[in-house]
Design a protein around this ligand. Structure first.
Ligand SMILES: [Zn+2]
Length: 371
């Protein structure tokens, strides 16, 4: 055994050394190259497709032959996540969303799976917990693989005494137990990027979101919970439910602090994160730090985008964003090319192939069985 381990380590060291050489070569070769063009994008998408990637975080409300063709050509599988949002007409009602999403799953020929949710706006109903369990159990029986809780828990919905309800409220506990008992996964979007609590910052990748959605910009709102309080409640759920697999979406809302994410992953073996809508934060951090983080935690990071197709999406134009996002993310994760992100030069991480296979595919299957 000693010999095998030692030689495996030597091989690993050689490969690691080689990848550094290759990565620095790639940097010099492409640093002066032209900006991304369509040939370039096609090449990236072909390489992406070869891994049969899984995108664990999308919001799709409609389909179209062009969309289906794109999924098939990219060999991509999507986890379509439902959210209850009382500010959007098409997200206000739960059952119509579930019905539509199940039809979408059926029409996708295996390319789309469902992450359901429950209605947190019914929190004060005496049968809230029992109703939620009954509904998600029905969705599990019909193929749902996971359950999402959203930021309206912690940041919007108040109880009858006027306090914001938190993820660790005792009313939610039996729901978490039920999800764990069924071997399903809880996807948590808790809190928001730091900038939602901070001074306006046009350089933050999420800033434009708060200009368009000012209701979630909570800086200086008297009596509003701190981000820490909301994430602490999420962490209590992790601690109290060691049998429950939880994926903290959007880098677990710790988008500017890889050390904090690492501490959480070390402390809670039942916790993983997705990259949805936060890849730009990774791109703007020092590349060597991000690369080392993703290699160290290669079993705990799931690829997600937050790409969407709202009911008013127009085909085929709506698909441009999907293609360019997948191509951009592939170049960042898998190549040593130089990308321009928000006017800044970003070096691709050139991650080792086995790490890419985990982040882009096999972690999703392990953390969200059935995908
Ligand atoms: Zn989302």
């Amino acid at each position: 055994m000693m010999t095998i381990n030692a030689s495996a380590r030597t091989i690993a060291q050689v490969i690691f050394g080689l990848s550094i050489v290759l990565s620095s070569t790639a940097h010099t070769q492409t640093s002066a190259s032209a900006p991304a063009n369509s040939v370039d994008q096609e090449r990236a998408l072909r390489a992406f497709a070869a891994l049969h990637p899984i995108d664990v975080h999308v919001h799709v409300f409609k389909t179209d032959p062009d969309f289906q063709k794109m999924l098939e050509r990219l060999h991509v599988k999507l986890l379509n996540i439902l959210v209850m949002d009382d500010t959007l007409s098409y997200r206000k009602q739960l059952q119509p969303q579930i019905d539509d999403a199940r039809m979408l799953v059926r029409s996708s020929h295996g390319h789309i799976a469902l992450c359901t949710t429950f209605d947190p706006y019914n929190f004060e109903s005496p049968s809230f917990t029992a109703d939620a369990i009954k509904q998600i159990d029905r969705d599990f029986a019909r193929g749902a693989l996971a359950v999402k809780i959203w930021k309206n828990i912690g940041m919007e919905i108040k109880n009858s005494s006027g306090q914001y309800i938190m993820a660790d409220d005792p009313k939610f506990e039996p729901i978490y137990k039920d999800i764990a008992t069924h071997g399903k996964t809880l996807m948590t979007h808790q809190a928001e990027p730091d900038v939602a609590w901070g001074p306006p910052d046009a350089s933050d990748p999420s800033w434009s979101y708060y200009q368009e959605n000012p209701q979630w910009y909570v800086a200086n709102q008297p009596g509003f919970p701190s981000k820490q309080k909301i994430l602490d409640a999420r962490d209590h759920v992790l601690a109290d439910n060691p049998q429950l697999r939880m994926v903290g979406v959007h880098l677990g809302s710790m988008e500017r602090d890889l050390d904090n994410i690492a501490r959480h992953l070390d402390k809670y073996p039942n916790f993983a994160i997705d990259t949805a809508a936060r890849m730009e934060y990774l791109m703007l951090m020092p590349a060597e730090k991000v690369r080392a983080f993703l290699i160290k935690y290669q079993d705990r990071v799931l690829y997600g985008t937050d790409l969407d197709l709202p009911p008013d999406a127009k085909f085929p134009d709506a698909l441009k964003d999907w293609r360019s996002t997948y191509a951009r993310d592939w170049k960042f994760l898998a190549t040593g090319e130089t990308l321009t992100v928000d006017g800044k030069q970003v070096h691709g991480l050139n991650l080792p192939r086995p790490v890419l296979q985990k982040i882009l595919r096999s972690n999703a299957i392990r953390w969200i069985p059935g995908l």
